[in-house]
Structure formats: structure tokens, C-alpha cells
Design a protein around this ligand. Sequence first.
Ligand SMILES: Cc1cc2nc3c(=O)[nH]c(=O)nc-3n(C[C@H](O)[C@H](O)[C@H](O)COP(=O)(O)OP(=O)(O)OC[C@H]3O[C@@H](n4cnc5c(N)ncnc54)[C@H](O)[C@@H]3O)c2cc1C
Length: 306
Amino acid sequence: MSGGANNFSRTQHIAPEFAARVLRGAPMSKHTSWHAGGPADLFFTPRDTGDLAAFIRQLPPDLPLLWIGLGSNLLVRDGGVRGAVISTHGALGTLERSSATRIHAGAGVPCARIARQCVKWGLGPAEFFAGIPGTLGGALAMNAGAWGSETWTHVIEVEVIDRRGTRRTRKPADYEIGYRRVLGPADEWFVGARLEFERKAGVNEAAIRDLLERRKQTQPIGEWSCGSVFINPPGEHAARLIESAGLKGLRIGDASVSEKHANFIINHGAACAADFEALILQVQRTVAAVHGIELATEVRIVGDPA
Ligand SMILES: Cc1cc2nc3c(=O)[nH]c(=O)nc-3n(C[C@H](O)[C@H](O)[C@H](O)COP(=O)(O)OP(=O)(O)OC[C@H]3O[C@@H](n4cnc5c(N)ncnc54)[C@H](O)[C@@H]3O)c2cc1C
């Protein structure tokens, strides 16, 4: 993002009905699972989609917008975010069954809640959502997945909102969807989705507990991370490439490559975004030198350097 001073003056004019609910200079370290990141010029949590549309409409039309869910796949640089951050966490939270096999969920619904509720409804396979510590909006943006299942396999349609605050529904055919990759119309964001699952007689909470337990054995769950930092290259595992390049435990500042799972980078308490970025670069350079493979990041890197 660019035009710092320019954006700053444009963020001064917020309609009076929103002024008291907009946080200025909110530290993004409080909104990311890596617990790093500088301040956002504006930070807004809508009450519902109508409120969201009204908020977007009163913003200067070219003010940059960053959407976040639970910030579990986000590296916000130390200089923070120019423009407005729209947070769906704690908002856009409807979750209902719309037919025997279909559900409707708001973009702010945590994936774990979808997993649990689908089990109660006897629908699956939605258990894979249990281990993804993000919102449905983030899962739609990332095509999040686990254990062989992916978000977009289940999408019937999505509801989006654009820069003018106009809402519409779109079909999966409107997007180019791949492994952790979703390309769609620019300047549109997800506010909800209709998902389809199968009737799964006998599915119960034990299946979720089992998946979470398997995760705990192989991943540093409970530590500050953003999950897998790098995308698995075709036919390879990023973790294997990093580990065999001797990088487990490599540390810059308070950030290090996890000893438990080499595709995770841990914040030991005081790591800043620059530490993560430097470590990411060093891992990429070393893996390229040792294996001749360029690792691309799965984590989204946003904002200005300090
Ligand atoms: C311990 C751990 C384990 C993880 N395991 C997995 C896993 O098994 N599989 C997996 O796929 N991921 C995994 N992740 C990564 C992460 O949880 C997923 O990518 C998740 O989908 C991100 O959701 P979020 O709400 O946190 O998105 P955020 O991190 O807030 O945002 C991620 C991206 O989505 C965009 N975005 C967010 N909301 C919207 C919206 N409403 N509309 C448009 N764009 C939006 C953001 O702008 C950003 O580009 C893991 C992370 C952690 C910390």
C-alpha cells in the first residue's frame, strides 16, 4: 500500500454515525495469530451486512481496504496498514441449515463452529474445518483445507460486497480455484456462503477430537504461529524441504522455525514482522540453494515496513 500522508488525511473524514465505533491506530498484533503487526489507520467491525454496506459507502472510494477474519494467515508489517481494516471476527455470524444438506454461514463464523454444528446436524465431511483457526471468510479467500478436503469443494454460492457497498451472489464458476488459491473479481469481499455437505449418519464429536489429536502430535498447536508458512510445491512437502535443508530451529530475533513441524514459524513472545520476513527470506534462499525449489508463501503479507 502507498500514499501514507494522503491516506491519513482521507481517514480523517468518517461519517458521525461511525466515528465512535472506528478505532484509530489499532495495533494489528492484537488481531493476528502471530501477534505481530503495526497499527491500522482505521479498524472497523460491522454489526451486520447493512451496517457494513453503509460504512463502506461513506469511505473515500479509493481508500485501501484490508479484510481480516481471525488473522490466522496474515503477516502485517511493523509499519501497519494504511486505510481501513474491516474485521468480520465477532460479526457476520449467522449459521443456519437451509435444507437437508445445505447450510448458510456468515463470513465471520469460525470454521471450528461450522465443523461442530455440522456434526450436530449429521452433515459431513465438515470435520476438517475443526482444525482451521480462521473464519469462513478467510477460508473462502484461501481455499483453506485439511485432511484431503477443501472449502470450495462445498461451495454452492457466495455472497459478496463491493466497494460501493453493493451485495450480490456469485457461483464457483466466477472464480479460478486451486490449492490455497482463489482468484475472483477485484475489490469484492465475502460476506457469506451457502455450502453443501452429505448426510453422514453416525458422524460425531469423536471424529473431530481424533483429527485435533492427530494435529497436536505433528504441529506446534498452542504456540503463536500462522499454520503453514509456505505452500507445498507440486509433489513435495515444504516441511520436508525445510527440514532436510537443516533449517529446523533457525532463529531470527524471537521468531524461529518450529522443531516440531518445519513449515511452521513460531513467535516466542517478542518477534516483530521484520523478524518473520527475514526468516521467511532466509528459508526461501536456503531451500532454493539446497533443493533448487522456490518456496512460495501461503501466509499473506500486507502493510508497510516500519
Ligand atoms: C495453528 C494453525 C493451523 C492452521 N491449519 C490450517 C490448515 O490445516 N489448513 C489451512 O488451509 N489453513 C490453516 N491455517 C491457516 C489459516 O487458519 C487459514 O488460512 C484460514 O482460512 C484463515 O482464516 P482467517 O479468518 O484467519 O483469515 P485472515 O488470516 O484474517 O485472512 C487471510 C486472507 O483472507 C482474506 N480475507 C479474510 N476474510 C475475508 C473476507 N471476508 N473476504 C475476502 N477476503 C478475506 C484476508 O484479506 C487475507 O488475505 C492454520 C493456521 C494456524 C494458526
